[in-house]
Structures are given as structure tokens and as C-alpha cells.
Design a protein around this ligand. Sequence first.
Ligand code: PEP
Ligand code: MN
Length: 364
Amino acid sequence: MATKLNICSEPWQKWFDNSGEKLFIAGPCSAESEEQMLSTANGLKNANVSIFRAGIWKPRTRPNTFEGVGFKGLQWLKRVKEETGLRTATEVANVKHVYECLKAGVDVLWIGARTTVNPFAVQEIAEALRGVDTVVLVKNPINPDIELWIGALERFSAVGITKLGAIHRGFSFYEKAKFRNPPQWEIPIELKRRLPHMPLISDPSHICGNREGLADIAQKAMDLNFDGLIIESHVDPDKAWSDASQQITPKVLLELLDKLILRHETDSHLINPFDEIRAQIDRDDEALVNLLGHRMKLAEQIGEQKKVSNITILQSSRWNEILEKRIEQGNQNNLGKEFITKIFEEIHKESIEKQMRIMNEAAV
Ligand code: PEP
Ligand code: MN
């Protein structure tokens, strides 16, 4: 059981007296030149975007790639703010970054995914911010560890940061298939369950790693009641010095935001129209759990038999048969193969564990 959480966070609307429904942050992956920053920011300023992002120091996977323009980029952020009125945001990964950003008047500091994994680094950055009234956004760690994510948020909360938010940017995975960083939505959903007041922002750019998937992920985040989005935008995406394949022009970004459907968590004017359906879902869930319990008891009975007859727990042909039958049944019920396979793998794993226990129990 996790320890009791004591994190105090303000609604994001209070950070800058913003009355918007959702918080939109956009800007290039990296600051490259003053001109690139200003033209991107000018393209974004009249939209719903209220914060301009740009990485000044870039955490690159391999050396000898572009590692950010460094301190001079802070002056460009300053100009963006003066000329467009947009607030500014950048990533900080050490104490020096923090001091330079505070000196340059950067409004929002974000903690990158590679920093969130390191409690020493997070603690040092948090200490440097003790008593400072600034906005801090904490990206999820690259590994799917919710405790580490919450731990980092706790460290900032403990030094008095109340303008605190979390960014979901997906989780690193060995195989790069559809997503650069698969979203594993269950993790931000659990974060929301444990910290219902923590502003939660989605980063479709680093989840997708390409342009094509951005709108879907952004809409999914809105459907899950995220508070906002951070999306990479560059005046000339193909020529970007980092993350070129996932950046979009301000024009494309504005179209994407325009098309988003924003939904409300509840509608206080109606008697909750979901009540009846939810009651049915509760009944189904209850029946499902009872059935699972029953199924496991049957598996245990087989386990007893296998023990007596001294035969192996795993029977590959039987397992194949179960899976095939259920995938076919799933198909008839409009349930995808991947979904059915995942569920049955879990059920099978649990049966095996139960049978193992029986098999290895000392005879009484
Ligand atoms: C970024 O936002 O440009 C970035 C480096 O992100 P992450 O820390 O999520 O990889
Ligand atoms: Mn990037």
C-alpha cells in the first residue's frame, strides 16, 4: 500500500488567472534561432495556446547530436514573451538551469522524463525552487513507474510548489512500433484516481513520435478528461534540429485544436443520464468477478488431479485451444484479438500460479 499522499496543487486556471476550459501549450521541440522562435510563436499566439514551449537544453539519447542552444535561447524566450504575450516554458534538468531560467523570467519549468527517474536530481531541483512561486510540470518517468512519477510530484510539493502539474508523455519500450512511447493510459488514469486535483496534461508529440497519430491521442486525452495538451510545433517541421518527424506547423496545430471535441465530466443540469447504464455495468462487473472466482476454483480442482497423476501444469495444446476458441467468440462479440488475448493470458497466468501452489504444497 502506498503511503498517504499529501500533495497540494492548484487548478491550472489559477496559475495565471486563465479562464479557459483547457490548457494548451505549444512550441518547438528545441529553440534553434531567434527567428525560428519568433515566427513559430507568432503563428501560435492568436489561438487558444497560452504557453510557448521550447527546449533550451536537450536530453539526447546519443552524444554528438544537437544538444540545445543553451543559455542564449533564454533571451529568445524573453523576446517571444515580450512580442507575443505568450507565457514561456522550458525543461530544467539541473540547478544551474533553474537559476538561469528564474533570472530570465521563464514562467513554466518542466522536468523531463529522463530526470523524473532520478530522485537525487529531482530533489536538487526541488531544493533550488524552495520558496519560489513558479509553475512546475513533471513529465512521467520513461519507465512505467507511477510511484516514481508521484514521488517527483511530492518532492516539489514538499518545497512549497503549489502550481504543480503532471505531463503524460508515454513510456519507453524496446520495440518501436505504432508509438514512440506507448501511452499505457492505465497509468495516468491511476494518477488521476490518486491525485484527482493534480492538473494533468497530455503530450501527444512524444507519445506518437509522428504527425499522423497526434489528433487521435489529443482527442483521447480530452475524452479522458485531461486538463490540457502540450504539442510540438515548428514553422518548418521537416527542417527541425530535433524530433522533426513529430512536429507540425502552427497552422496544422490550430486546425487540430479547432477539431477537438471537449466534453464535460458531468452535467449538473441533468439527473445523471448514466445512472441506469452504470448500474448495469456494476452488475456485469460483479458477475464477471464471481465467474472468475468460480473458474479459478475449477482450475484448482484440475491442479489437484495433476498433482495426483504427476502431470505437468502447462498443457500447451489445451492453452492454445482455449485461446483460439475465445478469440473466435470475441470476434463474434466485436472484441479484438489483442484484447481477448491479454485477458486470457492474465487468467491463464493466475490459474498456473494457483496450480503451482497446489502442486508444491507439502502433503498433510
Ligand atoms: C521534450 O519535451 O522535448 C522532451 C525532451 O520530452 P521528454 O522528456 O518527454 O522526452
Ligand atoms: Mn521533443
